[in-house]
Structure formats: structure tokens, C-alpha cells
Design a protein. Structure first.
Lengths: 298, 323
């Protein structure tokens, strides 16, 4: 890498950040992700209206175009939906739910993948072969199909949907963790640690897992983005979240029926929010992947 | 080699069997079909008759064995909603889905690969950056939302293309297809484009990263040193080297596009398998769900088997010795 890293004056993390900063697009994307997370966390203090408070909804203000000023004098910057709900507020709350689902599913799948993948590589033998065979078979089915079937079978609900997303995605993490861990397992320092002997769990957590982390982080960014997209798709198809917890996908589905009559904003703006979120995560992930890819290093 | 093939076949069978158990168990947890089939004010006698007719009174494992037996004899049961054999129903819907999928995948390859090779060849050019940015967009935008956008622009605002349906069809070997008529094409265009965008972005990115890596290899350095024109290097060497992963992905994507078609078909009311399964889940039409899931898993098992066998034929390590 650069001279600073070679002289040892800069920590690897600082060097990583220095390389990351060089890509303007990725930097902007990172800022967008941070901003969206901030907005989602503090949604209640930011939005003009609590979209779940039925008392504050004025039905006569339903389906108004962007920029409409409601009867109570409130400005609806992005218009209102079919129940007179301020669309901007609904989108912010929708983002919050979508982000929550994506992060939860991603974190659980990450944990399962790291533990199962590293353990399989450490244990080896028949168990490893069996686990990886199952993972391979599962990976041959498209994630959308697996998630759709599981979500349909389990029914609507937050926990059910997270389970469906985890089921559709954990195999990617297992495969990645296993690949990295199996390479690490062969190295001399792991062999040395085992010959001391140190406990298996200790070796996995202290030596193998940290070295399997970089590729896992890359997969995690991609998978969180795809989990958010999957969740929206499932909710759009009607097998995702219940109507009481409108994620972005649900908002879009609700707006679909008004699209034909030209009331485009109800379906389009939640979609724009969704795309900005997914794209920003993907751009950040792309940059991290490029930086970690040894074949592209100069 | 022979043992490899036998091993893979056995594994495929096991996978199918496991899938059948999972599908059956999963589908029979969803709800009580008796409530769906019989109106609430039906007499107890009619209720009993329907339950016996469909075997809902038997223990679950007996129902499964019956189900397996029917599956093996090709009898997939009767759709609760359409009141016709599921086999016939699926056979009716399959051509529409296959047509849509095939057009989408071909479209994705024809556009995505050349763009990707160009972007990988000149990774720092302005056009390449635009291509890669567009591919990230295509990767990030959920299929269903692009579908809405396409409908909004081309069907509602411009009014030049229809928003749904299959349009006029013409029979080929007794099966109706849309791509044989002009009206059919006008109906096919939007859904096919919608379905292909994600694959197009994927093909593009694969081709780009492949090309980028291949361009750094010694093969290309030597070819350049030998004075071979760039155009020839691209066509002869780069395309050949990146084609292996692309062909694999093409095969596998055919299957996953089939699965993704359920989103596109729902939006564009394309009367194919995907719309059938979404509708049948909402209406708890279990025989249709079971048939669809079994068909798709069988399809995937067959595709994977073919890919593995093709690898075995190509890879000398697999051809000769242990796998």
C-alpha cells in the first residue's frame, strides 16, 4: 500500500479511512447513510406529523399533491396518501421500519454465518462437508423465492418477516465465513496456537474470526441492502408486514392503485427514498470491497 | 466420473424429497382450507363430505403419503379456486412465464455484456463511470418499483404502451405466444424490460470486473507485446476468458429470473405462473401452491444438476479422479 502504512506511522484503520476518503462518491454515500440512520432514529422529533396518530389525520385532505397546505394549515411537502397522512412523515417512519428490518435480519444472518462458517472450517471432516453442502443447495435457490415462501408460510408480522429474510440470506454469510476461515485454518499461526494447546473456541474467536471479518463486512453491506429491498418487495406482494406497520414497500403498494389516475406521488416518493437508501449502502459496500480486494491493490 | 454422476443424481433425489416434505409441511400450516372451501352457512353434511373428499380428516403423515403418491403419478390435485386440475392450470400458465423470462434474459445479456466489457476495458473513462453508476442503480432499484415507474411513464403519461395483459397471441405448436404478434410485443416489452434490468446490471458488473482483472494478466501483456490489435485481443482473449463465469451465471439466472417473474407478473397482470402463485397464496389455494413450489424446486435441481455435470465434463480434475 502507500508509504505511510509501510513506515508504520498510521494504523491500518486510519489508512483504510484515508483510502476511503479519496472516493468522493463513496464519501457522499456514507454521509447519506449516516443521515438516513439519524433521521430514522430521531423520526419522532423531525417529522411534521405522527403518521400513526389517527386523530391528526384529516380524511378530506387525502390524496393531495405535493406542496398542498392542509385545512389545519400544515404544509404537505410531498403530498398526502389515501388516508390524508402526510407523505413525508409516512416515508420517514417507513424508512425507520425498513432500516430496522434490514439491520436486524442482517445482524442475525451475520451472527449465524460467522459462527457456523468458522466452526465448520475449524471442525472439518464430515460435518463441515454436510453443512457446506446444505448451504450450497440453499444458495442455488433465489433469495426472493425462499423469502417469499417462508413469509407466506409464517404469515404477516415483524418477527416472521425477519425470520424469512434471515432464512433467505444466512447461507451467503456461512459460505463467506467458511471460505475465509478455511484459508486461515491452514496457516502456521493457527496450527501453532492449536498445538500449545489452546481451546478450540478461543482459537476461533481470537484468531480465525477476526481474519474472516473483512469479507464478512463486505457481504453484510450488500446483504443489508438486499434485505431492505426484499422486505419492500414482500410487503408490496402482500406477504410482508401487516398494515399497522407500513414499511416503504407497503406505502408503495398502497399508492399503486392511484398511479393509473395520475396521483403518482403516493407510490413514487417512498420508492425514491427506498432507492436512495439501498443505493447509498451499495456504494459504500462497493468501495469497501474494492479496497479489500487484493487483486486490485497496486 | 460414473460415481460422480450417480452421486449427484442421488443427491438431487434427496433434495427433491426433502423439498416435498418442507413444501407439504409448510403449506399445510398456513390455515384451514376447510374454511376456504366451504361457505360458513353450509350444512354439517356438506362440510363432512368435502372434508372426506379432500382427505383433510386423515392424520398429517397419511395426507403426506397420499400427496407423494399423487405427485409420482403426476396427479397434482384439483385447484380449490379454479376448480380444474392443477396440472392443466400450470401447463396453461407456463408458456407465458417462459416467454417473458427468456426474452428478459436474452435482452439482459445482449445489452449488459458489451457495456460491461467496455466499462472494464476503460475503467477510468467517463462513459465507463456512467455505465458502472447506472449498473449500481439497476442493482439497487427494486424490480417492483421500476415496474411502477415504467407503467407511469409509458402507459399513463405517454399512453403508448399497454399497462398489463398479454395482448394478442398466436399459436405455435398449439401453445399461444405473444412474441409472434405486434400487439403481443407491445404488451411484452415493458414487463420484459422490467424483469431484465436487474440481470442486465448484474451481467454488466460481472463482465466489467472480469474484464478488469483479465486486462491485468500476463496473457494480455504478451498479446499486446506481440502486436495483436486491441480489438482482436478483446474479442479473442478477453471475451473468451470472461465467458466461463458468464455462461454459468446465464444458466443459473434463467432459473432465478423465473422466480423473480412473480413480482413483474403481479405488476403487469401478466397471466403467468408468478401471478398464479401470488394469487393462490392470497386465496389459500394450496394444491396450486404445492404444485408451483414443487415445479420450481424440480426446475432448480435439474438446472444445478446440468451445471454440475457440465463442470464435470469440462474440468479434468472432476473427470478423472475424486471429486
Amino acid at each position: 500500500m502507500s508509504t505511510a502504512a509501510a513506515t508504520g506511522s498510521v494504523s491500518p484503520l486510519a489508512q483504510f479511512w484515508r483510502d476511503f476518503r479519496r472516493n468522493r462518491v463513496a464519501l457522499v454515500a456514507l454521509a447519506v447513510v449516516v443521515l438516513i440512520v439519524f433521521v430514522a432514529v430521531f423520526a419522532a422529533f423531525i417529522v411534521p406529523q405522527d403518521p400513526y396518530d389517527l386523530k391528526s389525520l384529516v380524511l378530506r385532505d387525502a390524496r393531495r399533491p405535493p406542496g398542498y397546505v392542509g385545512r389545519d394549515g400544515m404544509l404537505h411537502l410531498l403530498g398526502t396518501d389515501s388516508q390524508g397522512r402526510d407523505l413525508l412523515s409516512a416515508i420517514v417512519y417507513g424508512l425507520r421500519i425498513s432500516l430496522q428490518m434490514g439491520l436486524m435480519a442482517g445482524a442475525i444472518a451475520f451472527a449465524i454465518g460467522a459462527v457456523v462458517g468458522c466452526s465448520a472450517a475449524y471442525i472439518g471432516g464430515r460435518l463441515e462437508a454436510l453443512i457446506m453442502r446444505i448451504v450450497d443447495i440453499q444458495l442455488s435457490f433465489p433469495a426472493i423465492l425462499l423469502a417469499f415462501v417462508v413469509a407466506a408460510v409464517l404469515g404477516q408480522g415483524k418477527e416472521q418477516l425477519i425470520l424469512a429474510l434471515v432464512f433467505a440470506q444466512y447461507a451467503y454469510f456461512v459460505r463467506t465465513a467458511h471460505g475465509a476461515a478455511a484459508a486461515e485454518r491452514q496457516k502456521d499461526y493457527v496450527q501453532a496456537a492449536l498445538s500449545v494447546p489452546m481451546g478450540g473456541w478461543f482459537v476461533i474467536t481470537r484468531h480465525i474470526l477476526p481474519n474472516a471479518l473483512p469479507p464478512l463486512i463486505v457481504v453484510a453491506t450488500v446483504q443489508v441492502a438486499s434485505a431492505i429491498s426484499l422486505e419492500a418487495t414482500l410487503s408490496f406482494l402482500g406477504v410482508g408486514l401487516p398494515a399497522t406497520e407500513p414499511s416503504l414497500g407497503m406505502l408503495i403498494a398502497n399508492g399503486f392503485q392511484y398511479l393509473m389516475s395520475g396521483r403518482y406521488w403516493i407510490a413514487i416518493y417512498p420508492g425514491v427514498a427506498l432507492i436512495i437508501l439501498i443505493m447509498a449502502i451499495n456504494l459504500v459496500g462497493d468501495q469497501i470491497r474494492d479496497q479489500l480486494n487484493p487483486r486490485l491493490r497496486k | 466420473m460414473a460415481s460422480f454422476i450417480i452421486h449427484r443424481f442421488a443427491q438431487a433425489l434427496v433434495v427433491l424429497l426433502v423439498m416435498s416434505v418442507l413444501v407439504f409441511a409448510g403449506v399445510y400450516v398456513i390455515g384451514n382450507p376447510v374454511d376456504v372451501l366451504i361457505s360458513p352457512d353450509a350444512t354439517q353434511a356438506i362440510r363432512q363430505q368435502v372434508i372426506e373428499q379432500y382427505g383433510f380428516d386423515l392424520p398429517i403423515w397419511r395426507q403426506y403419503l397420499q400427496f407423494l403418491q399423487r405427485l409420482l403419478t403426476g396427479d397434482l390435485g384439483q385447484s380449490f379456486v379454479f376448480n380444474m386440475p392443477v396440472g392443466t392450470l400450470v401447463a396453461q400458465k407456463l408458456p407465458a412465464t417462459l416467454e417473458l423470462t427468456l426474452v428478459a434474459v436474452l435482452f439482459a445479456s445482449a445489452v449488459g455484456i458489451p457495456l460491461g466489457v467496455y466499462a472494464g476495458y476503460r475503467p477510468d473513462g467517463k462513459v465507463s463511470r456512467a455505465i458502472m453508476a447506472a449498473s449500481i442503480l439497476g442493482f439497487s432499484v427494486p424490480t417492483f418499483w421500476i415496474g411502477l415507474l415504467l407503467i407511469m411513464v409509458f402507459a399513463v403519461q405517454l399512453g403508448i404502451l399497454p399497462a398489463g395483459g398479454r395482448g394478442a397471441t398466436r399459436d405455435l405448436f398449439g401453445v399461444p405466444f405473444s412474441f409472434l404478434t405486434l400487439d403481443g410485443w407491445s404488451h411484452l416489452l415493458l414487463p420484459a424490460l422490467n424483469l431484465s434490468l436487474f440481470k442486465m446490471a448484474m451481467m454488466c458488473r460481472l463482465a466489467a470486473s472480469g474484464t478488469r482483472e483479465v486486462m491485468l494478466t500476463d496473457t494480455i501483456k504478451f498479446a499486446r507485446a506481440a502486436g495483436i490489435p486491441e480489438r482482436t485481443i478483446l474479442r479473442r482473449h478477453v471475451l473468451k476468458l470472461i465467458s466461463i463465469p458468464l455462461v454459468t451465471v446465464f444458466g443459473l439466472e434463467l432459473g432465478s429470473t423465473l422466480a423473480f417473474a412473480l413480482v413483474t407478473e403481479t405488476i403487469f397482470s401478466w397471466p403467468g405462473l408468478g401471478k398464479l402463485i401470488v394469487d393462490s397464496i392470497t386465496s389459500l389455494d394450496r394444491p396450486v401452491m404445492v404444485a408451483y413450489l414443487m415445479l420450481v424446486s424440480a426446475l432448480f435441481v435439474v438446472i444445478n444438476l446440468c451445471v454440475d455435470l457440465a463442470y464435470a465434463a469440462l474440468d479434468p480434475r472432476l473427470r478423472h479422479g475424486k471429486y
